[in-house]
Design a protein around this ligand. Structure first.
Ligand code: IPD
Ligand code: CA
Ligand code: CA
Ligand code: CA
Length: 282
């Protein structure tokens, strides 16, 4: 049984409500952001809408769970070291909410309709609730530890492909051009030659949700952060898939280099990525 705080509205209900409210607001601001700034690189964008949505989600969560900790992307100083430090500090807490107010900010800025709100709750470092909301398609993905993944009340399942050659794999072009992108490109190149096709939609969280409900056979990207992955990783695990890092280590909230799949292609997917990065991904 999930150790919920007795007497409070369920965390899952709070996560769904927060994702839904923030998502509707983000959608209403499409094409209307007022500020556009860059973070660690010119490719790494943030708008007033990212910040506003995170504030809204924080307020809603804290109304119900004033003693819980929240790790939100826009509340952390930009850069991998800062996010790792914030995560290790936050992971001391019993209940930690991990929030990506807009996953797919580049899409939001350019009007490409593929982005989402991602909210996860970890209990003593283990993700127990994951909610991802795509306000454009009005799709709400919900997972609870031990209870499966649901999209609008219907149980989701991973896809059936057993070989990479029959698989469509999600990938991402990481905005970090020093490490993330060059490393990713090696794997992407190898996968382009071995899969049915690749898709790079620009939202890590939505790609993971798509793996969980069988729209993608797998997903691979390096250099992500906890808020890109936490909710989606629980979804993939809850629908019978597998999530590891690029060495094959099982997912935990510190993982940044992600390989997720329907389970059946996992070994082949990992081997292909490892072979492409023969020197290893640190
Ligand atoms: C980004 C998206 C994108 C991925 C980047 C992430 P953001 O998150 O998930 O698909 O390629 O690595 O940083 O910045 O839009 O929340
Ligand atoms: Ca970002
Ligand atoms: Ca993100
Ligand atoms: Ca974001």
């Amino acid at each position: 049984k999930i150790p919920y705080v007795v007497g409070s509205k369920s965390p899952t209900a709070v996560a769904i409500n927060s994702a839904s409210k923030a998502g509707e607001w983000i959608k209403s601001k499409l094409g209307m952001h007022q500020e556009l700034n860059t973070k660690v690189s010119p490719q790494d964008l943030v708008t007033d809408v990212d910040k506003g949505a995170e504030m809204m989600i924080r307020k809603l969560i804290l109304t119900h769970f004033p003693n819980h900790d929240i790790l939100g992307e826009e509340g952390v100083a930009p850069g991998a070291t800062a996010s790792a430090a914030a995560l290790s500090k936050a992971s001391q807490s019993e209940y930690l909410w991990i929030v990506d107010p807009i996953d797919g900010t580049t899409n939001f800025v350019h009007g490409f309709p593929f982005f989402c709100v991602s909210i996860a709750l970890a209990y003593r470092g283990e993700v127990i609730v994951g909610v991802i909301y795509d306000p454009i398609k009005d799709e709400m993905f919900v997972a609870e530890k031990g209870k499966g993944v649901y999209i609008h009340g219907n149980r989701g399942e991973v896809s059936k492909e057993a070989n990479l050659s029959d698989s469509v794999i999600g990938v991402g072009f990481n905005p970090d051009r020093e490490f993330g992108l060059p490393t990713n490109m090696k794997g992407i190149n190898a996968l382009a030659n071995t899969t049915r096709s690749l898709r790079a939609g620009g939202s890590a969280a939505l790609h993971l949700a798509y793996v969980a409900i069988g729209r993608l056979s797998g997903y691979y990207e390096v250099g992500l952060n906890a808020w890109d992955i936490a909710a989606g990783a629980l979804m993939v695990a809850e629908s019978g898939g597998i999530v590891t890092d690029t060495t094959g280590k099982p997912y935990d909230i510190g993982v940044r280099h992600v390989v997720a799949s329907n389970g059946k292609i996992h070994a082949e997917l990992l081997e292909t990525i490892k072979a492409a990065n023969a020197t290893g991904i640190a």
